[in-house]
Design a protein around this ligand. Structure first.
Ligand code: ATP
Length: 665
């Protein structure tokens, strides 16, 4: 597939997406976080791209949300879902659900949502989810003690891009390699031609080095796992709390992470700790060992009577000869013992192994002296040996750990993704529970066996968008097919009914559960919802609105048109005629339409066809308050609020005036 074939993806975005490992599969996966790894693509854009890919796959031209108010209702629906996520990922991922006109897309989303609603929202899972984020790629670590070498320019370019962590050096012949081996602890030669090379130093000929990065640069994997430690631990905790089967072995993962320090080095190895401490403490230990020997000698000298021959004494006095020469002769045993003590101290303090201790022995034992002096070259040799052993150990541990982690690299991607996807599912599950939702039936225009596919039918619908607590929302039953007027008393719930219908249709076509006891909706191609206009329009705005409706009635099939009090755009007489005309045109088109209006009677009179009128009926006035039956009554022109009040006055007060007035209604 060409990336540019995705709606909304131009040449620039396609170029950015091509930087991803497997651009097409990533875009098709709907994994918003993975798509957002493309340079310059943020998560909101990634969600749009994922949506575009879904639309392309289902041949869906995405026209369902046809007006501002329809788009607003979608936003409100998405917000209700997003509020129930824990992770940013899930919030963004939910944006890939959109009201679709494609049966296959709705079916696909419905099966995801249906499985999601089976999930049990559990506070422990929610808590664990708080730490989960998409895995991050840490910045490239520079490794300075190792290099790659090749004689081939093409291999050099390939190596530089495949292993940016290491320097890549050009070599012509064995001598160049041997020179490199003097500057780098390890040299990896990439050319087969150098096989069998015999040079001093840690030199390997590995033509496959670029294909096995875990071996070549274990630091990369270690840095990746170190940077993602918390996310991985959180994802593991999510799997345990939710009893999900993990894509990666969690014990192995935890064990590997426990061996890894935050800076990507290996911890918890006693031998490495010993060698590191030995190198670090070497100078201090040598100096303490000297003191130990000096103390020992001082004590011995203090306790001994030393006899000096006259010639010695003379030479001491005349030539300023050092007293050290006497040590050898007179205090040889004591001196040896002191040196032995110094050696023992050094070996103990640095916890040296026998081989190393042999080297350490050479630090003391040169010409006798007091105070005792160490042999600097022996210290330096010991330091070199210990450092090399430490580095070898560290490198071995790194590659062992990297090889353990290498097996986990792919599975942890799935582990984290599964945890994040669970958050998406749990948000849908919570939404469904919080609003007592049901999975609606979405039927094609071709109809059901029962033949009632047109329009919508909602039973026990309760809108979560109302300004009252959800617990206090009264359930509504409402079904419409064809063009209908909805009449009713003031504040009876007409606008709220339109909102409910729009929300149920939008959610249903997103493939989501809807807040109702049961619902069947036609799969609409377009949803046109017009909110109540704020007062009478001036001539220009009125003309523009009329043109909107002109376009609307000329359009295609499969439309749901919801209009709230269109009459307020102009004076009542004209409004009634205009609305009647629009309804007529919509009726001819077989569109489903609900027009809320206080002019239902006038519109019906002005229309050339039998307009269906439904009504939200007031059961009456109780203590000055309207008692309303919120479910619209089919085929019923509801009495208006003024009519109800006149009726009440006629009943209460009697007399001709109110009676006559009542008759005018
Ligand atoms: N199903 C319901 N359950 C509980 N309360 C509701 C319900 N429907 C509407 N209401 C309450 O009634 C108020 C008025 O509803 P709404 O604005 O939909 O009425 P309306 O008939 O469109 O009014 P108007 O004729 O003034 O435009 C809402 O703000 C809400 O508080």
């Amino acid at each position: 597939m060409e990336l540019e074939a995705i709606p909304g993806v131009g040449a620039k975005t396609a170029a950015a997406l091509r930087e991803l490992d497997d651009p097409v599969a990533t875009v098709e996966s709907g994994d918003v976080a993975a798509i957002a790894r493309a340079p310059g693509v943020n998560e909101a854009r990634a969600a749009r791209i994922a949506r575009g890919a879904i639309r392309r796959r289902h041949g869906d031209d995405g026209r369902v949300l046809a007006t501002d108010r329809a788009r607003e209702v979608y936003r409100e629906a998405i917000d209700l879902l997003r509020e129930r996520t824990v992770t940013d990922y899930a919030a963004k991922r939910l944006e890939t659900f959109y009201p679709s006109g494609s049966a296959s897309r709705i079916e696909e989303a419905q099966s995801f949502a249906a499985a999601a609603t089976e999930q049990e929202p559990d506070p422990a899972v929610r808590e664990a989810l708080a730490g989960v984020e998409p895995l991050t790629d840490p910045p490239t670590v520079r490794v300075r003690d190792r290099c790659l070498a090749t004689a081939d320019a093409e291999t050099l370019a390939r190596a530089e891009s495949a292993v940016p962590e290491l320097s890549v050096e050009t070599v012509e012949e064995a001598r160049d390699v041997s020179e490199l081996a003097r500057s780098y602890a390890t040299v990896i030669v990439l050319d087969e031609a150098f096989a069998g090379l015999d040079v001093e130093g840690d030199v390997h000929v590995r033509p496959d080095a670029l294909e096995t990065p875990a071996e070549t640069v274990p630091e990369r994997l270690l840095a990746f796992f170190a940077a993602n430690r918390e996310r991985l631990e959180a994802a593991a905790a999510v799997h345990e709390a939710a009893d999900l089967s993990p894509a990666a072995d969690l014990d192995r993962l935890r064990d590997a992470l426990a061996r890894l320090d935050d800076d990507g080095t290996v911890v918890g190895d006693a031998e490495l700790d010993r060698l590191t401490a030995a190198v670090d403490d070497l100078d201090a230990a040598v100096s303490t060992a000297e003191s130990v020997a000096d103390d020992r000698l001082r004590e011995a000298i203090r306790e001994r009577d030393v006899t000096i021959e006259g010639t010695d004494f003379l030479s001491l006095v005349e030539q300023g000869a050092r007293v050290d020469s006497l040590l050898d002769r007179e205090l040889a045993d004591e001196y040896d013992e002191a040196i032995e003590r110094a050696r023992e101290h050094l070996a103990d303090a640095l916890r040296l192994e026998p081989g190393e201790a042999e080297l350490a022995d050479r630090v003391f034992g040169g010409d006798p002296s007091f105070p005792v002096e160490h042999e600097e070259s022996a210290v330096s040799r010991l330091r070199t040996e210990l450092s090399a052993a430490r580095d070898r150990r560290a490198a071995r541990l790194k590659s062992e750990l990297a090889s353990d982690l290498g097996d986990l690299r792919e599975p942890v991607e799935t582990l984290v993704r599964d945890a994040l996807e669970l958050d998406v599912e749990l948000a849908i599950a919570r939404f469904a529970r919080d609003f007592d939702c049901v999975m609606p039936e979405v039927v094609g225009p071709e109809g059901t066996a029962a033949g009632d596919a047109k329009g919508f039918r909602i039973e026990g619908g309760r809108s979560p968008l109302l300004d009252v607590d959800f617990a206090d929302v009264e359930p509504i039953d409402y079904a419409v097919s064809g063009a209908t007027l909805l009449s009713g008393v003031n504040s009876g719930g007409k606008t709220s009914t339109l909102d409910l219908v729009a929300l149920v249709v939008v959610l249903a076509q997103m493939g989501m559960p809807v807040p109702a006891e049961s619902a069947t909706v036609e799969r609409f191609e377009e949803v046109h919802y017009y909110a109540k206009s704020q007062g009478t329009l001036d001539a220009g705005a009125f003309e523009a609105t009329l043109r909107d409706f002109g376009d609307l009635v000329e359009g295609a099939d499969g439309r749901l048109v919801l209009v709230d009090e269109l009459e307020s755009i102009t004076e009542p007489g004209a409004s009634a005629k205009i609305i009647a005309g629009i309804l007529e045109a919509l009726d001819e088109q077989d569109a489903t339409a609900v027009f809320v209006s206080h002019l239902a009677r006038e519109i019906r009179d002005a229309a050339d066809f039998e307009v269906a009128v439904d009504g939200i009926e007031a059961a009456g006035l109780v203590d000055g308050e309207l008692r309303v039956n919120r479910s619209p009554k089919k085929g019923h022109l509801a009495r208006s609020t003024p009519e109800l009040i006149v009726e009440k006055l006629a009943d209460d007060r009697g007399g001709d005036f109110y009676g006559d007035l009542l008759e005018k209604f």
